[in-house]
Write a protein that binds this ligand. Structure first.
Ligand code: SF4
Length: 218
């Protein structure tokens, strides 16, 4: 993907428009510590933030610290997070990451991408969400929304999340990284839906290469 001056200008224009739409933006996931954000981000796969927020209070009141969750009975955790879907795998991951945190990081979430991804169940996306959200550190989380929107808006020709992340890193200055994902994610949710994008009200329409733009309904 070209990262010349014109491509960087294009990227900057898009982000500028997103900043107008979302002057400030935070994750909709509720959390009270970096560890809690790690856990709820893992749980948010394939479900809505709202669903996760519904079960998180019960989870964290029963297992309030990494040591508690790391020693939890998986079946009891499964029963609490059942409604978020994929509950067996998610239970495994949140218990394992809590154990790893305790064993290798004294229960403290490391502020480093390479260290974070050594925790079982934590991938680049989850790690980047935590770094950007909690500490405003330069990290770009690429989820399905970021991937789709970035492709439609010619910020990448890639579909592999790590390569999309590399393209975005090359297009944006580091000081912008922590504010990128959440805005593209929210834009993907609100406007640039995967199946029925709201192209008729989209401020990016003049910059978009998606061929099947949705006409004004009715
Ligand atoms: S014009 Fe449509 S497809 Fe393109 S970015 Fe906007 S909503 Fe998405």
């Amino acid at each position: 993907m070209p990262t010349d001056a014109a491509a960087r200008r294009h990227a900057r224009t898009l982000l500028g428009r997103l900043k107008k739409r979302y002057p400030t933006i935070r994750t909709e996931l509720d959390y009270r510590s970096p560890w809690q954000l790690l856990v709820v981000t893992v749980m948010s796969a394939q479900t809505t933030d709202e669903n996760v927020n519904k079960v998180a209070p019960a989870l964290f009141s029963r297992w309030p610290e990494p040591a508690d969750l790391g020693a939890a009975n998986p079946e009891e955790v499964e029963a609490v997070i059942f409604s978020t879907g994929f509950y067996r795998q998610k239970t495994k991951s949140i218990i394992a990451l809590s154990q790893d945190l305790l064993e290798r990081f004294h229960g403290e979430v490391p502020r480093d991408l390479d260290e974070l991804v050594t925790l079982r169940g934590v991938g680049r996306k989850t790690a980047s969400v935590v770094l950007a959200e909690v500490w405003d550190l330069p990290a770009i989380a690429v989820d399905t929304h970021v991937k789709r929107v970035a492709y439609r808006l010619s910020l990448t020709d890639e579909t592999d999340p790590t390569k999309v992340e590399t393209d975005l890193r090359n297009l944006y200055p580091q000081k912008e990284w922590s504010g990128i994902s959440m805005r593209y994610i929210q834009f993907g949710r609100d406007v640039c839906d995967s199946r029925k994008p709201r192209c008729w009200e989209c401020e990016m329409v003049d910059r978009c290469r998606f061929p099947d733009k949705t006409p004004f309904p009715g």
